[in-house]
Ligand binder design. Sequence first.
Ligand SMILES: NC(=O)c1ccc[n+]([C@@H]2O[C@H](COP(=O)([O-])OP(=O)(O)OC[C@H]3O[C@@H](n4cnc5c(N)ncnc54)[C@H](O)[C@@H]3O)[C@@H](O)[C@H]2O)c1
Length: 260
Amino acid sequence: MNLELAEHVVLVSGGAKGIGAGIARRLAVEGAIPVIIGRRESDNLAIVDQIVAQGGRAGSVVAELTDTEACQRAVIAAVEQFGRIDGLVNNAGINDGVSLEGGDTEQFLTSLRRNLVHYYDLARFALPWLRQSRGAIVNIGSKVAETGQGSTSAYAAANGGRNALTREWAIELGKYGIRVNAVIVAECWTPMYEHWLATQPDPLAKRHEIERRVPLEQRMTTCDEIADMVAFLLSIRSSHTTGQLIHVDGGYVHLDRAAT
Ligand SMILES: NC(=O)c1ccc[n+]([C@@H]2O[C@H](COP(=O)([O-])OP(=O)(O)OC[C@H]3O[C@@H](n4cnc5c(N)ncnc54)[C@H](O)[C@@H]3O)[C@@H](O)[C@H]2O)c1
């Protein structure tokens, strides 16, 4: 399938690690130009260098996304480098465990800034360019919005917000030919996941326990599997798909528990 993404400039927030890095690499293989927006230049450039070494093109913009002005500067910097924006992948975030019983309002609001507000900010600042290109937006989300997790109120709320914004923007931006979809992740092996697992008393046993709960093949989703769906949703091949929450999760959220 030819995704026809060649020369498409796509902003990827949190594109230096994990799911975002997988997306950036996949887009580059398709001939697109991912622009990695992340907080550390050395991390961004590590992925850019890998892509360039394989004959692709990519850009890097350093930004702390909890800062709205930094989001605006990031979009401007990307346009200065590449002259256009064809797609936005909102991906950066962290499951930071701000709970109802142990957290407070300031922590809750900080977590929303880490996980939700920059989705809105990047979309807002990129919108004039997406209108010109009739581009596409993909929001990465978490199963936690639908299943809960316990002890992570703010992250759950942020992910509920990501899902709601996907539907809301699909309607608001449909008149410009801009499609908006979400890819919902359950258990995907990334640095964030590894970091969390390391906090568990027996990380390997915990990993096996989690994997057993995934209906399809009792394993975690890979970043490449998420990236394949994102590339499809950014491409012309999904030209009549908008407002969808697509679960790339091995059946984790929707299939009967009996399947595990
Ligand atoms: N890994 C999973 O199983 C899983 C499950 C559900 C949802 N998700 C979602 O996927 C997204 C990516 O997760 P991941 O596991 O790849 O994470 P990760 O920590 O492995 O990578 C995220 C990258 O984003 C960057 N980043 C995060 N916040 C930032 C900020 N405020 N400013 C600039 N850069 C920032 C980090 O530095 C890192 O480079 C998150 O939004 C998360 O909610 C992941």
